[in-house]
Design a protein around this ligand. Structure first.
Ligand code: SAM
Ligand code: DTB
Ligand code: SF4
Length: 328
């Protein structure tokens, strides 16, 4: 019996060593739920301790007033939302938040800015933040929008570990969500990040009204980046008042779990992060996501502008499930 399972795993591995077609990913989506979960767990256990979850905390270092028109985003200047604009934070405020995140158990600190891309005048402040947060013994991640080659180089020199830049959805659906930049712009920034040797964090959002084929196409894009991103955040749309995507049809949670499982199978060595939207998920749904191979979360009361479960309830969930925090 054990032998058969090993053979199954090596079959999965063979598939992963070649380019994924959208049709192959769709056929994973179409599997009976138990078969999909079984396959995802086999892949997960081959590469990771299935009882360990990586824990990242987010901080919005520059909030609102963004020039881009992303249809889901509370921070776009194109939409009237409850989010207030705030200027780039001062270094000491960031350090207070990072110190608190470390004390409550996070190992990675991710700083997000509502920019199309950073202006050179802000880069020095962000670089100082990266150096200082790294100095606390945390892994560092920033998400600043589109980068120029020299900005990627500056971030690498500052010691940045990860750059987050999501592909967000399928190329075919992108234009219905965002018109102020293109899919190719996003791919170009990811290429610049890779080129300087910074690890890539890239994922997307589901529940925006995309089809299953488009969810499959997003996963195919990410898995075929070659190498796949080291971290893959899977966000469930947080519907924000005043954004064009407010009112999109809710995605069934079982379909969300399927998306996580498919991401795990297509990207066996990546951290797959159960990201935005956990606040609306019962513990049982989150447990299914961990069973499907999710092994990272955003931890802390806020995402960037939206609420996230409080740290106490996440700690209680980890105890209930026997989950340990993955060391950095
Ligand atoms: N401005 C930068 C950018 O767009 O890359 C960095 C910040 S942006 C808020 C980071 C990511 O957060 C987006 O790419 C998107 O995937 C996610 N995000 C933003 N608003 C969201 C929402 N309402 N629900 C789910 N995910 C969201
Ligand atoms: C990611 O994929 N999700 C995070 C992080 N990367 C930057 C952001 C989620 C934002 C959720 C909505 C908000 O807080 O405004
Ligand atoms: Fe700006 Fe990023 Fe929000 Fe798009 S997702 S509006 S680029 S902050």
């Amino acid at each position: 019996m054990g032998q058969i399972i090993m053979n199954d795993i090596s079959e999965v591995q063979k598939i992963n060593s070649r380019i994924w077609t959208v049709a192959e990913i769709e056929s994973l989506f179409a599997l009976p739920f138990s078969d999909l979960m079984f396959q995802a767990q086999q892949v997960h256990r081959q590469h990771f301790d299935a009882n360990e979850v990586q824990v990242s905390t987010l901080l919005s270092i520059k909030t609102g007033g963004c020039s881009e028109d992303c249809g889901y985003c509370s921070q776009s200047a194109h939409h009237e939302t409850p989010v207030k604009r705030e200027p780039l934070m001062a270094l000491d405020e960031v350090l207070v938040a990072a110190t608190r995140a470390k004390a409550s158990g996070a190992t990675r600190f991710c700083m997000g800015a509502a920019w199309r891309g950073p202006q050179q005048k802000d880069m020095e402040t962000v670089l100082e933040m990266v150096r200082a947060v790294k100095g606390l013994g945390l892994e560092t991640c920033v998400t600043l929008g589109m980068l120029k080659a020299e900005q990627a180089e500056q971030l690498r020199e500052a010691g940045l570990d990860y750059y987050n830049h999501n592909l967000d959805t399928a190329p075919e659906f992108y234009g219905q969500v965002i018109t102020t930049h293109t899919y190719q712009d996003r791919l170009d920034t990811l290429g610049r990040v890779r080129k300087v040797g910074i690890k890539v964090c890239s994922g997307g959002i589901v529940g925006m009204g995309e089809s299953r084929t488009q969810r499959a196409a997003l996963i195919a894009q990410l898995a075929n980046l070659n190498p796949a991103p080291e971290s893959v955040p899977i966000n469930m749309l947080v519907q924000v008042e005043g954004t064009p995507l407010r009112g999109a049809e809710n995605l069934d949670h079982i379909e969300f779990v399927r998306t996580v499982a498919v991401a795990r199978i297509a990207m066996p060595q990546s951290l797959v992060r159960l990201s935005a939207g956990r606040g609306e998920m019962a513990d049982s749904v989150q447990a299914l996501c961990f069973l499907a191979g999710a092994n990272s979360i955003f931890y802390g009361e806020k995402l960037l502008t939206a609420d996230n479960p409080d740290t106490g309830s996440d700690q209680a969930l980890f105890v209930k499930l026997g989950i340990r925090v993955m060391s950095a």
